[in-house]
Write a protein that binds this ligand. Sequence first.
Ligand code: GLU
Length: 575
Amino acid sequence: MRRVIVPAAAVLVTLTTAPPASAVPQQKVPVAEGYGGAVATVDHDASKAALAVLRKGGNAMDAAVAAGAVLGVTEPYSAGLAGGGFMVYYDARRGRVHTIDGRETAPRAMTSTSLEGIPFDEAVTSGLSAGIPGAVAQWETALRRFGTTSLKEALRPAIEVADKGFVVDQTFHDQTAANAARFKDIASTAKLYLPNGAPPPVGSTFRNPELADTYRELGRRGPGWLYGGRLGREIVTTVKNPPVTPGSTRNVRPGLMELSDLRDYRTVLREPARVDYKGLQVYGMAPPSSGGSTVGEALNILEALPAVGLHEYLEASRLAFADRGKYVGDIPGVPLRELLSDAFAKERSCLVGDRAMPHPAAPGSPDGDYTGCPQPAGATPEVTAEGPETTHLTIADRWGNVVAYNLTIESTGGNGIVVPGRGVMLNNELTDFTFGPAAGDPNLPGPGKRPRSSMAPTLVLKHGKPVLAVGSPGGSTIITTVLQILVNRYDLGMNLPDALAAPRATQRNTAQTQAEQGFLDTYRAELEARGHTFALNPEIGAATGLELLGKGRMQAVAEPSRRGGGSALVVHPAR
Ligand code: GLU
């Protein structure tokens, strides 16, 4: 059920007094414990911005939007105002979990065959793959419904970082270098991100004054400047006439976006996808994301098994991915209730034996009739390629509000096209559609449709109160990263920092399970003896999370080393 959000009256608070700079650690750390609010993001500037908002009296949603906008500056290849995302929010005052869908949409002119026959690599860098951005509408909705400040205020930290600059780290440098071949073919992108024809050196300061101006103007004029106004017109022009570098031979296909598509864009407040797992209530994102349904189904399958270990984790994930591929997309009639029912999970769980099941696992029948142990048969949709990038942040405030927020522009570097003069990169989210032909696939493109996502911002409640928040980037590995962290935490007895740091494996109904070297070193022999086969994946995910430890104590947790390590902060550190 879709519900278009009607903005509620907002209480506007001006956040003026800055905290003393010395109070915030200069170096990022992956774990922080204390009181009064907690923040974990992949980036120290973004975490500091969120912490400053919390210290000045803002709530978790104010801080999430501020941090999201800063990530648009410091992680511009993963997130930005021309992207989209999903938020899962615990509203402490009402004791309710809400989700906000800010996913990009396909233009009205897009049909089920619009991507057919187009090589994936060609679609990646094109106007055609740019979805109607959802981020700004989502920020506005989030602040009006749940925040205490205005969009203009929330953008201030990002403006400051874009103006003053940030220090280029190895990750930013490497991501730029990995994109250099396509960035140089787009004049506006080369000008910004390849300043002397090369990626900015590690340790240099990177400024984006045009993006600062764009945020400033957005704050002044409001979201209408994008959704139908001048910025929107410039985005449409860029999508339809990508600014290809003169002399480049790259075929950069134009897109179908019109100003009317921007005018029509709406965020959607959706019922969360919820399962109960061993006395906990796990809330995630419903379709068009497959995050909540797939994590939830896998948890239900695990709960139906007599014991949970890594073998069971891989098998439950395999089965849940088979169902995701067949049933989940932005279509009417996704059988979400059945997919998340204990009875369906029980039926699916009977396929988990001592040995890895044959590949591929076929989808089940979430039809309400669950008797015996049917051996499912039938076509298994391929796991389609999804980029490895995006970002996730988690924030809790002193009042008990908690946000898990996944934001993205899809590929690392989105579609590679910076809007000339605006310092902002466009998304290529529409590559998340199935290109087809694929009769019956729920994720074929369509007019106004949202591509299926894997983003899985997740909140865990106990007796109706939040205890944990977690999420990650990583395309479809997002789902397994979140699932594995929950299994590590709640089944294998790890604390949250260990659960995040532990080596990962991802089984998405593929012939081989991808795994990090640390996982292979420790578990390969034992799991191969049970019929699993493996391929190396050097790095899976870049998670952030937090745990509420009771009596107001909070633990913010980021990656110790993946993707250069993240930044965890708390308002009042415990001594
Ligand atoms: N586009 C991806 C999704 O929505 C997220 C980006 C990524 O991490 O690859 O699932």
